[in-house]
Design a protein around this ligand. Structure first.
Ligand code: ADP
Ligand code: MG
Length: 290
């Protein structure tokens, strides 16, 4: 590979809005044959809005939302943005901590509040989820929503459902990736209902839901052990380990710094159509050299 041709390739990339960490990245880009895509913020806009507020045990919907909003204030996750954005005058939270792929904790008005996925609340915080809430969660998830449970002082206080929309170019980008010979796989920390709703609308049939950040990393390693050369596309803190482990890490420029730092390529606009463009560019650049 002549350095000049590689530099032309990376220069062409930046004209397209694809930042390439270094000329050597083009070789990895040319070789990938499997592409793992994160759902939220990558295949979908990652801009969520609240679709249901379901208080339980005597709490009002308004109080549930106000306390959840305070707890989520410090998180940059799309779920947190939807919930925090729904309240005009938020309470202040202290001792905030985010748990990537799981949820958040904070002290609000002297209460220890935890908000996140139901299983995390049950397993990490020993919160019992009442039957009415279990039913509501199942129904909302089956309809494609993402549901988080909010608890304080050891009791579940309700659930909040949020919904996202698929980016307009996602289905076309997946179709182009297939034509380039890549197998697409959808990986998400979200529930199975939301994962399958998105996967079927963009034409992906290999879907893995409920994945923790460590699980995402493990999925990349498994594919590599099967002999695949794996690209991973993601945007979140929860994707960073998987992006770093992939043969080619691709970050959405609209995503977090952690994802961008862990990646070889950054798609500045977050338009997924630039992913097949990057692969074609690498193949063309290195094809000329050979
Ligand atoms: P994805 O893989 O779709 O980007 P994440 O790994 O970021 O999803 O999150 C997985 C799940 O963890 C979410 O569906 C949600 O249940 C929970 N979660 C993550 N971050 C938060 C947060 N800030 N507040 C509440 N729940 C969260
Ligand atoms: Mg994401």
């Amino acid at each position: 590979a002549t350095p000049t041709a590689l530099l032309v390739g990376t220069g062409r990339g930046s004209q397209l809005g694809i930042l390439i960490r270094g000329p050597q990245v083009l070789e990895q880009t040319r070789r990938v044959d499997a592409i793992v895509l994160d759902k939220t913020g990558t295949v979908t806009h990652g801009v969520m809005s609240i679709s249901a507020v379901r208080p339980t045990g005597g709490v009002s919907g308004e109080e549930l939302l106000r306390i959840a909003a305070a707890a989520e204030h410090g998180s940059e996750h799309p779920i947190a943005r939807a919930i925090a954005g729904a309240v005009d005058t938020p309470l202040t939270a202290e001792e905030f901590a985010a748990h990537p792929g799981q949820g958040v904790q904070a002290v609000v008005d002297g209460r220890l509040v935890v908000a996140g996925r139901a299983r995390w609340l049950a397993e990490r915080w020993a919160i019992e989820i009442p039957a009415d809430l279990v039913e509501a969660i199942a129904a909302d998830e089956a309809a494609g929503a993402t549901v988080i449970v909010v608890a304080w002082d050891g009791l579940a206080r309700g659930a909040i459902s949020v919904a996202d929309t698929v980016k307009p170019h996602s289905a076309e980008a997946i179709a182009r990736l297939r034509r380039l010979g890549l197998t697409p796989i959808l990986l998400t920390g979200d529930n199975a209902g939301a994962a399958h709703a998105v996967a079927s609308s963009v034409g992906i049939d290999d879907v893995r839901s409920g994945m923790t950040p460590a699980g995402k990393l493990e999925a990349i390693r498994e594919l590599q052990q099967q002999g695949r050369v794996v690209a991973m596309v993601g945007d979140g803190v929860n994707d960073a380990a998987a992006l770093a482990a992939a043969d080619l890490g691709i970050a959405m420029g609209t995503g977090t710094d952690a994802a961008i730092t862990a990646s070889d390529l950054t798609i500045i606009s977050g338009d997924l159509l630039l992913v097949p463009d990057a692969i074609r560019l690498a193949r063309r650049t290195l094809g000329v050299i050979k």
